[in-house]
Design a protein around this ligand. Structure first.
Ligand SMILES: [Zn+2]
Length: 245
């Protein structure tokens, strides 16, 4: 072995001895948590990104998404199908994942599996590399209506994030009619996402007709953006509106 090759090998091996340059919870035996492995290529030592890096990014996305604690529980795979309407919902979710454009809207009473199906889609999108954020309407709308600096920051984030999942849109504390402030807030976020064509998942206990009664403009945008992906579960049956606008 010539002198140059020997130096290169020493340099490579020295680099590959480094450990734990990344400090997160994931442990990778391939790179010893450097995030790369040193290799010799064209008479030079180069660092090649390790396969754990995208995995770590996905873990980080899950942690930042707001759904880290339930995301493994509600997968599309384990969404139970025991009737035609559930079969249809599951198929529609997979169809949505294929195109990954527009909005997915599902309405129905609590316990109808809305959260499961939306969380399943949400998780798949994160695994595909999307940045996604969960918004629980009742809690987050309360924070957002405070109009302080935190609210401004959160509002801008929810408008801009690649994938937004709004859970229980227009749910109110005592099942009152949503206030003008609620409508204004929903319009600001949804209209921005409508204009900028951003992937949005929405679940609600209110069906689309009820949302039309609350605000025509919001319901119109949901209907237009969720074409083919607008689902209403009623008394254990599913009715797909597929409205033509
Ligand atoms: Zn690695």
């Amino acid at each position: 072995m010539d002198r140059v090759s020997e130096l290169l090998k020493n340099e490579r091996d020295g680099l590959n001895k480094l450990k734990n340059l990344i400090s997160d919870s994931y442990d990778c035996p391939l790179c010893n948590n450097r995030g790369w492995t040193a290799e010799i290529m064209n008479n030079a030592v180069i660092c090649v990104e390790c396969s754990c890096v995208p995995v770590r990014r996905n873990i980080k996305r899950v942690e930042n998404s707001g759904l880290a604690n339930v995301i493994d529980k509600y997968t599309l795979e384990n969404y139970k199908v025991s009737s035609d309407w559930q079969e249809h919902i599951k198929r529609t979710a997979y169809e949505f994942l294929e195109i990954r454009k527009g909005w997915f809207f599902i309405a129905g009473q609590s316990g109808a599996g809305k959260t499961h199906i939306c969380t399943g889609i949400f998780n798949e999108l994160i695994q595909k590399g999307y940045d996604a954020k969960y918004m629980l309407w009742l809690d987050d709308s309360y924070k957002l209506k405070k109009n302080d600096e935190d609210a401004d920051r959160l509002r801008e984030f929810l408008k801009n994030v690649q994938v937004l999942y709004i859970d229980d849109l227009f749910k109110t504390e005592k099942n009152d009619i949503p206030s003008q402030a609620d409508v204004k807030l929903a319009m600001e976020i949804l209209n921005f996402r409508y204009i900028n064509n951003k992937v949005t998942l929405i679940s609600s206990e209110k069906n689309i007709s009820e949302i039309f009664d609350i605000d025509v403009a919001i319901a119109g945008r949901i209907t237009e953006m969720s074409k083919g992906f607008l689902i209403n579960i009623k008394n254990g049956k599913e009715k797909n509106y597929r409205l033509k606008m």
